[in-house]
Design a protein around this ligand. Sequence first.
Ligand code: FDA
Length: 309
Amino acid sequence: MLRSLFIWLSGNKAVRACAERSRMGQRLAARFVAGTTVEQAVAACRRVNADGIAVTLDWLGESVAVEAEARASAQVYQRLLDAIAAQGLNANVSLKLSQMGMDIATSLAEAITGEIVERAAAVGSFVRIDMEGSAYTEATLAMTERLQARFPGSVGTVLQAYLYRTEADVERLLAQGIRIRLCKGAYREGPEVAFPAKPDVDRNYVKLMKRMVSFAKDGKGVFCGMATHDEAIVEQMLGFVGERGVAGSGFEFQMLYGVRRDLQRRLAREGFGVRVYLPFGTAWYPYFMRRLAERPANALFLARNLFRG
Ligand code: FDA
């Protein structure tokens, strides 16, 4: 029930406007959101890098309805890529197509995203296109394929284990050498497109994760990210790659900023690639609500810390 409440709240514009302006809201979100400026994000990135952990920087924003807003977000990404190159950060970037104007026109989102990927390719970095609700899945995959054809190896996307279609999509992207981030999926989806029961989602995740690290074409694999905080799944992955002798350099674990820091550090210490998704920006509210929906116990934890000062 709490999960549904937080998902509902994540889309509520009135609550969002109040929360994003309030000092208390910003303090609560700080656990999961690394500040509101590029400078704060870069400083947080350095702290994460110091633990031997890579970063993907995400300027928060989604469902943009005005072209100027999409272009302003793109400017932030250009600045981030400049900072990554100039300061030698161990980082790349993640963005959402609805933030790049996808709801206005696909051509606009593709033009803007293309410029960002072009810049990433020029500085030897990488752009991950996050996956949103299932209404965007096909368009996101198709755009990633077109951008990969223009800038091979500089762009990848995300697949969600809760969707029935994902097994086929894994094969589709691997065959083209497109890097995949595998996650469980964070949006509200109906039983006509997604597994309604969590154990089925978890089973599908494990099956697809194993397929991704086993894939090879002409003797070459595709570097993929396993995005989960589920320790049981992480352990299954470690067991699987150990048994099969899969090189640790062929994949990485990915986790969110502020979530399971103990596990992130342990895996990095053991020599596995770990990347933290580091979101920042003023439009933090929907992202923050989705994190509470995943684990409502976090709301209590944050509230306790707040009142302790
Ligand atoms: P799951 O929810 O199954 O929980 C398993 C265990 O993990 C819990 O028991 C708890 O121990 C721990 N855990 C999980 N969430 C926690 C939290 N918030 N706080 C503390 N502990 C927690 N989704 C999407 O639809 N599109 C996308 O592009 C992305 N991108 C993305 C990038 C990265 C790097 C990550 C880690 C996740 C995403 N996601 C995403 C979100 C993803 O789909 C999913 O909603 C969350 O990762 C939660 O699923 P888990 O597999 O982590 O754990």
